[in-house]
Design a protein around this ligand. Structure first.
Ligand code: PMP
Length: 354
């Protein structure tokens, strides 16, 4: 039986997607060629990338609103740099909610003045700062919607007149938002979308072309828009598998459907964390992530016993990030509710036998 996979990323993908992706590696479209040995300019692959790009806009409700979807490389980490390269003329505002925001800030500082509007570093990023002010004279405001490492998630986004840029790497396609409030969204594929190797960028075209610097082609959004995401060879396997996951999500009923499942899953786990005296949830309750739930044992002496139990229960990927320790259960779109139940069962068994 397949393991209950709580890995933070790369992470669980739907079984049907893995099956179709592996078949395509051997024989794509019944053409007796592999997906990864045909030209990216051939019609079968151009159809794939076009389909993937339009599924992204459809699922996010951004069709015919001036947005372009791009499949780039270099991970979300390259977007820390690329967003600033393309959008930062003089000054930008950033909200610091953890490791990934801090890395984005570090890169953007190479290009201009940075205003850190608020930070939750004072409490090891266990909450989302609120009531901060975004200066009106900045080129954009950047935030991280879900903090994969700490297990916090922004539940609302500031009203602002400056362009809104968001790293949605770990919660894209997981909940309904008014995506048209965002001017640029980026996300590494390897959580809710596909395998590592491609990064999704959704950008409102009108915000581009306003910086004075010359942008190298490989870092220039406009170049990729003009070439329909094919300025150079795209990561064909990652794009194809992402397309399959997007089709899977659409067939299920889209974000509206999956959001309900995600809420059920996280409610099941957080209820147990709150009920069971052996476990502590360490982030502000109102900021708890529906994707990554972090928790610790109340008594560290139970560590070995708990670790043995969840391994024996066929569970994978529960250790917290190396920078925070404890446990982290990542409940991305493809994780079934019964996997969360399996974890809750182990937590209850620990309580009975400790
Ligand atoms: N942002 C967030 C919110 C992430 O969770 C991650 C990776 N876990 C990154 C950025 C960096 O992504 P990548 O490894 O694709 O560069």
């Amino acid at each position: 039986m397949k393991k209950h996979n709580f890995s933070a990323g790369p992470c669980i993908l739907p079984k049907e997607v893995l099956k179709k992706a592996s078949e395509a590696v051997i024989n794509f479209n019944n053409d007796n060629l592999s997906l990864i040995e045909i030209s990216h300019r051939s019609k079968p692959f151009v159809d794939v990338i076009e389909n993937a790009r339009s599924l992204v806009l459809e699922l996010l409700g951004l069709e015919n609103k001036g947005y372009k979807a791009l499949f780039l490389q270099g991970g979300a980490s390259n977007q820390f740099l690329m967003t600033a390269y393309n959008l930062l003329n003089k000054k930008a505002a950033y909200l610091n909610t953890g490791t990934w925001s801090s890395k984005a800030i570090k890169e953007a500082k190479l290009f201009g003045e940075l205003v850190e509007v608020a930070s939750s570093k004072d409490k090891n990023f266990n909450y989302i700062p609120k009531n901060y002010t975004i200066p009106t004279d900045v080129d954009y405001f950047h935030c991280t919607s879900n903090n994969t490492i700490y297990g916090t998630q922004m539940k609302s986004f500031p009203e602002t007149n400056v362009p809104l840029v968001c790293d949605m790497s770990s919660d894209i396609f997981s909940r309904q938002l008014d995506f048209s409030k965002f001017d640029l969204i980026y996300a590494g594929a390897q959580k809710n979308m596909g395998p590592a190797g491609t990064t999704l960028v959704v950008v409102k075209e009108v915000i581009l072309g306003k910086v004075e610097r010359i942008i190298p082609s490989m870092l220039n959004y406009q170049v990729f828009i003009d070439k329909e995401s094919m300025f150079n060879t795209p990561p064909v396997f990652a794009v194809y598998t992402s397309m399959l996951t997007l089709e899977w999500l659409k067939d299920l009923g889209g974000i509206e459907f999956i959001e309900k499942v995600n809420q059920q899953k996280s409610a099941l786990l957080y209820n147990e964390i709150d009920r069971n005296p052996l476990f502590n949830g360490n982030v502000a309750k109102e900021d708890r992530s529906h994707m990554n739930a972090t928790f610790t044992l109340a008594d560290e002496k139970l560590t070995e016993k708990f670790n043995t139990m969840w391994h024996e229960a066929n569970i994978n990927g529960l250790n917290g990030h190396r920078s925070v320790g404890g446990y982290r259960a990542s409940m991305y779109n493809a994780l079934p509710l019964y996997s969360v139940q399996a974890l809750v069962d182990v937590m209850q068994e620990l309580e009975r036998t400790a």
